[in-house]
Design a protein around this ligand. Structure first.
Ligand code: SF4
Length: 304
């Protein structure tokens, strides 16, 4: 306990000395969320950090998130405390494979979910988040869209627009693992509780949801809901913020398997090491950065 307190103290000291800002995704361990200046969804965090005058950004998350921070803040140093924290979904599409698909559909508009590498974003016309994917695809002035890399989010969008959506065969192993059978069982146990599910889950699972939304949309829904018990269908790290925001409500996980191992790799010790030793610096080459930034800016324009 004392060791933890000391670490927190040391991190705060280093943070001040280094003019750093600490970001933590909602799926991080509670200790990382507690030490952070900002907690949030990945892209919102990068935008927040860009608005600060910090010189260093410590991103408690996975690599593509640190890359997005580097794209938006080219003059800041971005650190990923755990260099092995990758995202299997983002790694399911490479630039070469995407270029091949673009060649097959030369007229299509390429929409990449922000859970993709900087290099894939650079090959895209526009990015999207899980909050705005539907809005972005609807507002594109083209009836043919290539959607990468998440097939569940792509399918969720495709079912709600009158356009041809060519969907990449990628998925988030954590969300994709949930089965409809699990939802039915939870429903039996808590028949009154609304079920809130992230669109990275399978279609059969989404069909049983009372609400489908991104992590921050799930937080907002839970906060505004009159229900005192809710079922949560996204990564379990969100429970930390949910319980803090709603001390009188009860939350049950939709499935015990909603745990992303990569999101749990960052610890207080690693945040400390990261600030102390300036590790691991995440850089995006300037050519890629500019093109990826264009796709992100286009998203902001279309999403209003
Ligand atoms: Fe990637 Fe899924 Fe983990 Fe998010 S929860 S980092 S999308 S694997």
């Amino acid at each position: 306990m004392n060791m933890k307190k000391n670490l927190v103290k040391e991190i705060k000291k280093l943070k001040k000395e280094q003019k750093a800002v600490i970001l933590a995704h909602y799926y991080q361990l509670p200790e990382s969320q507690e030490i952070a200046d900002f907690t949030g969804d990945s892209f919102a965090l990068s935008r927040k950090a860009a608005d600060t005058d910090a010189e260093i950004i410590v991103f408690c998350g996975v690599k593509f998130m640190a890359e997005s921070a580097a794209i938006l803040s080219p003059d800041k140093t971005v650190l990923l405390p755990e260099k092995m924290a990758g995202c299997p979904l983002a790694e399911m599409v490479s630039v070469e494979e995407l270029k091949k698909l673009k060649h097959e559909y030369p007229e299509a508009t390429v929409v990449s979910y922000v859970n993709s590498s900087a290099a894939v974003k650079a090959e895209s016309d526009v990015c999207c988040t899980s909050s705005n994917a539907l809005k972005i695809v609807k507002s594109i002035d083209n009836d043919q869209v290539l959607f990468v890399p998440d097939k569940n989010l792509g399918n969720y969008v495709a079912k709600r627009v009158d356009k041809e959506i060519i969907i990449w065969d990628g998925y988030c192993a954590t969300h994709h693992r949930v089965k409809a059978e699990e939802v039915r069982k939870v429903k039996e146990l808590h028949p009154e509780a609304p079920i809130l599910i992230h669109p990275e889950c399978r279609e059969e699972v989404l069909k049983l949801a009372d609400f489908i939304g991104s992590t921050s949309q799930i937080l907002e829904y839970a906060h505004n809901s009159e229900a005192d018990t809710l079922i949560i269908g996204t990564e379990e790290g969100i429970l930390h913020t949910l319980k803090k925001d709603n001390p009188d409500k009860k939350f049950y996980m939709l499935s015990p398997h909603l745990i992303c191992p990569n999101m749990k790799k960052t610890s207080l010790q690693k945040v400390y090491n990261s600030l102390k030793n300036m590790e691991t610096i995440v850089k995006v080459p300037d050519g890629i950065r500019k093109r990826a930034n264009r796709a992100l800016t286009r998203m902001l324009e279309l999403s209003g």
